[in-house]
Every structure is written in C-alpha cells, then in structure tokens.
Design a protein around this ligand. Structure first.
Ligand code: BV8
Ligand code: ZN
Length: 245
C-alpha cells in the first residue's frame, strides 16, 4: 500500500509549479498557538472582541495590547525545519514555488522564502486608519499610537473579520493556485474565507491537492493525497523522499 508520503513525493517529482497554502498549523511546531485547536487563541479569547473593526473602535488599547503580546511572543519563536524546507525548495528551483499564507507571524520570510503572499497581513506592521502611512518597526509603539503624518490612530496591519484582504493579494493567490500543477495545503482548518476557497478553486480546476494536517478538515475527503501527521515531520519525510530521486 503506497503511503501518503510516497504519493505526495510522486506528485512533487513531476511538478513544475507548486503552490503552497499555509495556516496556523504551519507555525504550531514553532510554538505559535493556532486559533481553533483546543489550546488555540479562540479557546481563550473572543475573536469578536479582538479581531474585528468594531472591537478596535470600541477599545483600541485592548486590541493593541493583544497584538503587542502576540508580537512579543514571536521574539522567542524560530521558523522550524518545515519553514526552512519550503524556502529551500523555492531556492532549489526543482519546481517553481509560491507560498500563500494566512499566517501573520512572518515565519516563512524569516526562513528565507521570498515569494510569499500574506493574505491576512502581518503582526510586524501598523498602518494609519486615515491615510496611507505604514510602519513595520513596532518596537517602541505606544498603547494608542498615532500617525505622524495626519495624527489619526494607527491600527495593527492585519486583516480582521469582515475586512477585505490586502489589495490584489487574493487575486494573485488565485492566479498561483490556477497556474499550479500541485497544491500543498498545510495546517489550516479551511474554515476562513476567502482563503479557504483557494482549495475549492484547485478542485474545480483539477489541480492535484495534498493536505498535511493531523485533524480532519472540510477538504480532507476531497484532496488527492491526505497526510494525517504534523507538518514538520511530514516535510522532512518529503524532503528525504525527493532527495532519493
Ligand atoms: C471577508 C485576524 C468580507 C488576524 C483572522 C459571518 C460574519 C462575519 C464574517 C463572516 C461570516 N461568515 C463568513 C464570514 C467571512 C469570514 C469568515 O470566513 N469567517 C469564518 C470563521 C466563518 N471571513 C472574513 O471576515 C474575511 N474577510 O470575508 O471580508 C468582505 C469582502 C469584500 C469587501 C469587504 C469585506 C477576513 C478573514 C481574515 C480574518 N482574520 N485573524 C490575526 O489576528 O491573526 S482569521 C484567523 O483564522 C487567522 O487569520 C487565521 O489565519 C485564519 C485561519 O485559521 P487557520 O490558519 O486555519 O488556523 P486554525 O487554528 O483554524 O487551524 C489550524 C489547523 O492546523 C488545524 O486544522 C489543525 O489541525 C492544524 N494543525 C495543528 N498543528 C499542526 C497542524 N497542521 C499541521 N501540522 C501541525 N503540527
Ligand atoms: Zn495618517
């Protein structure tokens, strides 16, 4: 019986253009909590009070404090082997790699990946609520930071519920999925839209899809290959299988 690793490696061996879609499970083994796992953020915090425009209007200092804590937690976090393998595949050029991530932790970039589409923004970014001002060095940001250009309030540079994604990010992501000959979906519950619709586009276009996730998700029965294990060990196994060929 061919294992999931063998089947996935066979798809990667013939791939010319791989698109990868990652969620919070990609960073779990770096020590970053996920959202919907039993120990995830949403088991301790209410997203409606922290990750919506209304929450920010109601209590900007509280929302800023939550994002400041999450940024501070990133100081003690490193990309793991899985992030590094994806970045190495991009550099090796055996197949073209585009990474689409829902994660805001910047770990794909820190692992050396360059072609990364951040659908939900980034923790290390603040932007003005009234003009185009943005800054990505947030070390000395105060509890209720103001824009130096227009004095309006600054906000975290992430996408909240009910907000549209960064200009062009989703369109580019759709292009990457549509042009791929293989889609690798890693560590996402596939519940949040429009990101979750990217797998549906792959299915509709017949793009062979591999899912790496220890839990069941709405796409688990629809993908070509399902690997029900953690992504770090799985990407190490895939790298070893590709190295043999
Ligand atoms: C939009 C903020 C419209 C940033 C996040 C009703 C009311 C309001 C909105 C909606 C609604 N119904 C539908 C919507 C739309 C909504 C949505 O989809 N809601 C869902 C929950 C029903 N979407 C939106 O609001 C989006 N915007 O639709 O705007 C619009 C359109 C046009 C014009 C104007 C407006 C915006 C979505 C972005 C929301 N932002 N967070 C932050 O603080 O981080 S969402 C949050 O969920 C994160 O951003 C995260 O990226 C995202 C997805 O979660 P996952 O990454 O999948 O993480 P999760 O914990 O869920 O799963 C982890 C998985 O990893 C698990 O499956 C686990 O098994 C696995 N795993 C664990 N360990 C490992 C592992 N896998 C592998 N290896 C391991 N070791
Ligand atoms: Zn401004």
């Amino acid at each position: 019986m061919e294992s999931g690793i063998d089947k996935a490696a066979a798809l990667l061996r013939v791939s010319k253009r791989l698109t990868v879609l990652t969620g919070a499970g990609m960073s779990a083994e770096s020590g970053v909590p996920t959202f919907r796992d039993p120990d995830g953020y949403w088991s301790r915090f209410n997203p409606a009070e922290l990750a919506t425009p209304a929450a920010f209007r109601l209590d900007p200092a509280k929302v800023w404090e939550w994002y400041r804590l999450r940024r501070a937690a990133l100081r003690t976090v490193e990309p793991h082997d899985g992030h590094r393998i994806l970045a190495a595949w991009e550099k090796a050029g055996r197949f073209h790699v585009d990474i689409i991530t829902q994660n805001v932790d910047g770990l794909h970039h820190r692992a050396g990946a360059a072609r990364v589409i951040e659908l939900h923004g980034r923790l290390e970014l603040a932007r003005c609520t009234a003009c185009a001002y943005r800054r990505d060095d947030l070390d000395d940001l105060g509890p209720d930071p103001r824009c130096p250009e227009c004095s309006a309030r600054l906000r975290p540079g992430v996408v909240w519920f009910g907000e549209s994604l960064p200009e062009g990010a989703f369109d580019t992501a759709v292009e990457c999925v549509s042009a791929a000959d293989c889609l690798l979906v890693i560590g996402t519950s596939s519940l949040v839209y429009p990101a979750a619709s990217l797998s549906e586009i792959a299915f509709a276009r017949g793009v062979p899809t591999i899912e790496i996730n220890p839990s069941d998700t709405p796409i688990s029965d629809l993908v070509r290959v399902r690997i029900k294990r953690g992504c770090r060990e799985t990407l190490l196994s895939l790298e070893a299988a590709l190295a043999k060929s």
